[in-house]
Design a protein around this ligand. Structure first.
Ligand SMILES: NC(=O)c1ccc[n+]([C@@H]2O[C@H](COP(=O)([O-])OP(=O)(O)OC[C@H]3O[C@@H](n4cnc5c(N)ncnc54)[C@H](O)[C@@H]3O)[C@@H](O)[C@H]2O)c1
Length: 280
């Protein structure tokens, strides 16, 4: 897909971080943007920024919990009613939940899988059939992570959800190709990006509340530093736009990951546990 102007983009997690930057970037390309997030106030903030920077496009916000199929389906209906077509979908909403795999309660896995995996599956099921039926070019970008390509300690609920997000994207891309669709799919695999991801519990529902433990504190301290010194989300959004145009299946944010991925594959082929990568 080369031409964006006049088309429609849907972005989940549009209230903050990478999702906000993607929304602004699509608007700057002349696209109408459907902004989906749990947080009304943050959605209003993104919408105001678009009105200021790209007054010629339409941006509309929908409060939507992507972990709930009924909410995503209803929002997809509203978006198709609003613009009649959808051309780009970024299933980007996500939360970080760390900790040692055997110590984490079920609720931590449910919270992480809800946004990071089910959010992507619900987004695919709600939008892709109607995008295929349009018979025009389009693109689905699912935000996985480098944590979905490399295993690491102390991040069980997050890492597992991101490997699954990557697998969902590879499956989607192959299903689209095999069925002759013009829609393409990409897995966005960011390294450290300066966003509010560390504060993911701000939207955790009460019924999934868990005790914050020492192993989580350790990984949170590490991540807080790395995320603070990470890449600007606006730069990530630029790479996503370029990645869609170039039909990249994996969109990397940092150049060192392809080499590290090759080393990982070699280790797996040699039946060894891969070395830990550097996460910049
Ligand atoms: N920041 C990083 O270093 C980094 C690295 C790799 C991958 N990612 C991924 O990038 C994506 C965006 O995260 P971010 O870093 O911009 O964090 P962020 O916290 O700044 O933004 C995430 C947004 O998703 C929304 N959200 C969370 N759960 C939701 C739900 N169930 N329904 C609807 N909206 C929901 C939040 O309200 C928030 O606005 C996530 O999938 C995250 O896992 C981030």
């Amino acid at each position: 897909m080369q031409e964006f102007r006049g088309k429609t983009a849907v972005v989940t997690g549009a209230g903050s971080g990478i999702g906000r930057a993607l929304s602004l970037a699509f608007a700057a390309e002349g696209m109408h943007v459907a902004l989906l997030d749990l947080d009304d106030g943050d959605l209003a903030g993104t919408r105001a920024l678009i009105e200021e920077s790209s007054p010629d496009v339409e941006a509309e916000a929908w409060t939507c919990d992507v972990s709930r199929a009924t909410e995503v389906d209803a929002t997809a209906d509203a978006v198709f009613d609003r613009w009649g077509h959808v051309d780009v979908v970024c299933n980007n909403a996500g939360v970080f939940v760390g900790g040692v795999i055997w110590d984490r309660p079920v609720a931590d896995f449910e919270f992480s899988f809800g946004a990071n995996l089910w959010g992507i599956l619900h987004g695919i099921r709600a939008f892709v059939p109607r995008m295929i039926a349009q018979g025009t070019e389009g693109h689905v970008v699912n935000t996985a992570s480098v944590a979905g390509l490399f295993g690491a300690p102390f991040g069980g609920p997050y890492t597992i959800s991101k490997f699954a997000a990557f697998a969902a994207t590879e499956t989607l891309a192959n299903d689209l190709l095999a069925s002759g669709s013009l829609i393409r799919a990409s897995a966005l695999c960011p390294g450290m990006i300066t966003t509010n991801i560390i504060d993911s519990d701000r939207h955790r529902p009460d019924h999934l509340a868990t005790q914050f433990t020492e192993d989580q504190q350790f990984v949170t301290d590490l991540l807080t530093q790395s995320v603070a010194g990470g890449m600007d989300p606006a730069e990530v959004a630029g790479k996503v736009i370029a990645g869609i145009r170039a039909e990249e299946f994996v969109i990397f944010t940092h150049d060192l990951y392809p080499d590290q991925l090759a080393a990982r594959s070699e280790a797996l082929a040699a039946r060894r546990l891969p070395d830990l990568p550097d996460f910049p």
